[in-house]
Design a protein around this ligand. Structure first.
Ligand code: FE2
Length: 455
């Protein structure tokens, strides 16, 4: 089932309209099923020793993710929403992400791969029974199937996390996928380098999107001064010019903590890049290949993105600038769910869901462009913004403080848009991701901006 669940436009009173319970139930079923298919693939394409190994201290063993997915589903959908008796309460603590840092998870008494698989599948069967008979209303967790959507998003986000583990893993390739569609060459060559987003108010965040998480809420107005935004993300070819111009050896471009990081860890290029015999290569899911010049740059920290932007005489966009470029329709004055409109993502509009295991060339997806013509805002690469992760005015923690609230503050930078690795249901115009500015293993790139009037 791939039916569109509807188009929940922002209404004046902030309610959701136009989505039937049956459509929401189908949407929940689809989102859960899509996530599980990917989880199954990511955990079946390597052997048991690889599933239990820790491929990087930055990541959990894949088998931890697998049982953690099942355990979160048991806690939220089976016990809390379904009111059913606990199946494996004794493992809750082992799979509590807050109790155990990733580096220590291999030392826990983890379920063996076969047991983890059977556990996740058993829970899923029971949860689909609950979904079948649920009225999808009767409190904030149940209304519009929020908890089902939250758990589907959780699993899709772990699918991205597991794909990062696959990228960090050494050894021959375990995953394959078709190449993304090529950019339409004539069209891409004709694109302007940047697009003016005129000054004015827009609606940021959402009160209508049924599965929006607490940090995306509520909808509120922001006045954004005029600015110019790159039409496409910064490419490897662009980034190479920064490297070749001595970008990594010139302290002027770097925030002090970023300068410290690149010197301490000897960083002189994006993660996974190497220079061999005069040519730049990169390792991508077990394959070494030349760095493609026309593809959005990946695996750069916030500090690297920030330094590049400064070198280019520009800056990273703020989060509100990014969202206005992605959602604001200057004709109707309203904010869309996605750059192209309110319809769910399709393969013609955005590179999402691990359909391809790389970003598409810059200038791809003309059908996914924003009203003013900005491309590839959704999918391909997460985009670093200059903004700290902070609550919107009127924020209310839901369903628990650890979802977002404990991460608010100056330590984390906001990323927007979603990468090729994240599922459709965990990517939208309002979706906010956050991470530490030193992070490089995530599927993050960026685009640059400048204030209107700045040369
Ligand atoms: Fe999790």
């Amino acid at each position: 089932m791939t039916e569109n669940a509807g188009t929940p436009a922002e209404t004046a009173d902030g309610t959701t309209d136009g989505i039937s319970v049956d459509a929401l139930r189908r949407r929940a079923f689809d989102a859960l099923t899509t996530a599980r298919e990917r989880t199954a693939l990511l955990t079946s394409c390597v052997d048991e020793p690889e599933l239990t190994a820790q491929h990087s201290p930055l990541m959990s063993p894949l088998v931890w993710d697998l049982a953690h997915i099942g355990n979160q589903e048991e806690q939220w959908l089976l016990r809390t929403v379904g009111g059913r008796e606990a199946v494996r309460p004794e493992i809750d603590s082992v799979y509590d992400a807050f109790e155990h840092p990733r580096a220590l998870r291999p030392t826990l008494p983890l379920l063996a791969p076969r047991e983890a698989r059977a556990y996740a599948s058993d829970i899923r069967g029971r949860v689909l029974d609950i979904l079948d008979s649920s009225p999808l209303r009767g409190g904030p967790l149940l209304d519009a199937g929020f908890a089902f959507g939250m758990i589907a998003q959780h699993e899709q986000q772990h699918d991205e996390t597991m794909l990062i583990t696959h990228q960090l893993r050494r050894g021959p390739a375990a995953l394959t996928a078709p190449e993304p569609p090529a950019a339409e060459p004539v069209d891409a060559a004709d694109l302007p380098a940047e697009i003016l987003i005129p000054a004015g108010q827009f609606t940021m965040g959402t009160s209508a999107e049924p599965w929006a998480l607490d940090n995306e809420r509520p909808a509120h107005h922001r006045l954004v001064p005029a600015f110019h935004l790159d039409t496409v993300p910064v490419t490897n070819g662009d980034y190479l010019r920064f490297i070749e111009d001595g970008g990594y050896t010139d302290e002027r471009w770097w925030a002090p903590a970023g300068w410290d990081q690149i010197r301490e860890h000897d960083i002189a290029a994006p993660l996974f890049w190497r220079r061999e015999a005069g040519q730049w290569t990169r390792r991508r899911f077990g394959t070494v290949e030349p760095v493609p010049a026309d593809e959005p740059v990946l695996h750069v920290s916030w500090y690297e993105a920030d330094a590049y932007a400064r070198w280019a005489g520009r800056r990273l966009p703020t989060e509100e600038e990014w969202e206005k470029a992605a959602r604001h329709d200057p004709v109707s004055g309203r904010s869309r769910r996605y750059p192209w409109g309110d319809e769910d993502p399709t393969p013609e509009r955005a590179n999402l869901g691990q359909r391809h295991l790389r970003p598409a060339p810059a200038g791809s997806y003309p059908r996914g462009a924003s009203p003013l013509g900005v491309r590839q805002l959704i999918g391909d690469v997460w985009e670093w913004t200059s903004s700290d992760f902070l609550p919107y005015p009127g924020f209310v923690a839901f369903p628990y403080r650890e979802y977002s609230e404990v991460f608010f503050g100056g330590a984390h930078k906001v990323l927007r848009g979603g990468s090729f690795a994240v599922g459709d249901v965990a990517s939208r115009g309002t979706f906010r991701n956050w991470d530490l500015p030193v992070r490089r293993q995530i599927f993050a790139g960026f685009r640059t901006a400048r204030s209107a009037g700045d040369a």
